[in-house]
Design a protein around this ligand. Structure first.
Ligand code: CTP
Length: 402
């Protein structure tokens, strides 16, 4: 995982309690291969010792209050030129105001003004300060200049209140940086991804479900987004949080999923159908909770529509990717599905293998194409397999500019 190898990231830490979270941001960016340098404002150094950032980045940290610190007037140009991207986290209301109006009264704001590098800003503050028209206006000004705002999240704030203003989670901040550098090979393309497991009601409190966690599909949606695609994610039941900044449609049953998928199908370039769709549903769903009056209970099941098969029949130019979860004869069954459902390629896995299938973070898969080519992947994180799948979609949509 060296997505940020060779990238120079300059991080400006301003004076908010969330400064401690940026330690993790820096650590994650380093693990992804980035070269990181940090500038701290005086106030930031009240919250986290500059030494902490120095140790993680293995670079000197620029804090103006230190005697003998890096020469402000020369160094801000060097730092400004070092950066491929500048991230400000946490960004206080004060910083946003200064940056919006071009004020350069300390090392950080001077560097921000002097850098040709794009700027990402992750605000963090009390809800009222964030919602104040002055702050909102400053965010608008920055955005209109092409600054990327990494939205604050909702949660418990250091001031004891709850609301919007928490610094975005380190994981999300890093995802934004990775996204920023990723080649936009799916720019202008619309990708529909299905994920999770459908649930078919038996009565008002019970359903027939499956073990799908939604992880694979959510990772695919994220990877497509990273590569610049407009993503629609239609999801059944999942145990993971939905990715942000995409069209997210939650469904329960196979029939609901079918309706939502068909409503979007004509407008998309590709469909990646990773959802575990229930093959059957209960014929007569009980209006009231079923009581345990009898020794046996028989449920009559009827077949659900095969969504992917229907897409295969309707498709015009859309690329269709299916999934096959098997416990035996994986390749043979997968090949049959390609033909039966008119797919471009299929991702097949043996869910009986350890490290593959439901609930786990890894998968062991093969990608089989219509032409019969087979690529076998070793056990890998679902996020990496998602990347492989998305790259192959991009190649086939012939937008892969290498
Ligand atoms: N699928 C679908 N609609 C269904 C069932 C499955 O669109 N009603 C999709 C899944 O999202 C997946 C692929 O079809 O991409 C799986 O194929 P399928 O033949 O349904 O898989 P299994 O049910 O595992 O196959 P089998 O019936 O052969 O066991």
């Amino acid at each position: 995982m060296n997505e940020l190898q060779g990238k120079n990231i300059l991080i400006g830490v301003t004076g908010g309690i969330a400064a401690y979270k940026v330690v993790e941001v820096v650590s994650r960016l380093k693990k992804l291969g980035a070269e990181v340098r940090v500038i701290m404002t005086r106030a930031a150094a009240e919250f986290v010792a500059p030494r902490t950032f120095q140790e993680i980045t293995k670079n000197p940290v620029a804090v103006e209050m230190f005697t003998g610190a890096i020469n402000f007037h020369v160094e801000h140009i060097a730092l400004a030129n070092f950066a491929d991207v500048v991230l400000i986290a946490p960004a206080t209301a004060n910083f946003l105001a200064k940056a919006a109006h071009g004020i350069a009264d300390d090392l950080l704001t001077t560097t921000v003004l002097a850098t040709p590098a794009p700027l990402l800003v992750a605000p963090s503050m009390n809800t009222l300060m964030l919602e104040h028209p002055a702050t909102q206006k400053n965010l608008e000004i920055l955005q209109s200049r092409g600054v990327k705002i990494i939205d604050a999240e909702i949660g418990l704030l250091a001031c004891g209140t709850s609301g919007k203003g928490r610094l975005a989670e380190p994981e999300n901040i890093c995802a934004e940086i990775v996204k920023f550098f990723a080649p936009k090979i799916l720019e202008g393309k619309k990708i529909l991804v299905t994920a999770g497991g459908t649930q078919e009601p038996i009565d008002p409190v019970r359903f027939i479900g499956n073990r799908s966690s939604g992880k694979m599909g959510y990772e695919i949606a994220k990877a497509a987004q990273v590569h610049g695609a407009e993503v629609i994610l239609i999801s059944g039941n999942a145990t993971v949080d939905a990715p942000k900044n995409l069209k997210f449609i939650k469904v329960e049953t196979a029939e609901q999923m079918r309706a939502e998928v068909l409503a979007e199908f004509d407008s998309v370039d590709a469909v990646i159908m990773s959802a575990a769709v229930s093959d059957y549903r209960v014929k007569n769903v009980a209006a009231q909770k079923i009581k345990k009056d009898n020794e046996t209970l028989t449920l009559e099941l009827v077949k659900n529509p095969d969504i992917l098969k229907e897409l295969g029949q309707r498709k015009k130019n859309q690329l269709l990717v299916g999934f096959a979860a098997e416990t035996q004869n994986v390749i043979e069954y997968a090949k049959n599905k390609i033909v039966e459902k008119n797919l471009d390629f299929i991702v097949a896995n043996d869910v009986s293998k350890e490290g593959a299938g439901f609930a786990v973070d890894t998968n062991i898969a093969s990608i089989i194409t219509r032409a019969g080519e087979i690529e076998n992947f070793t056990k890998m994180p679902k996020s990496e397999l998602a990347e492989e799948i998305v790259l192959r979609v991009a190649e086939r949509l012939s937008v892969c500019k290498k």
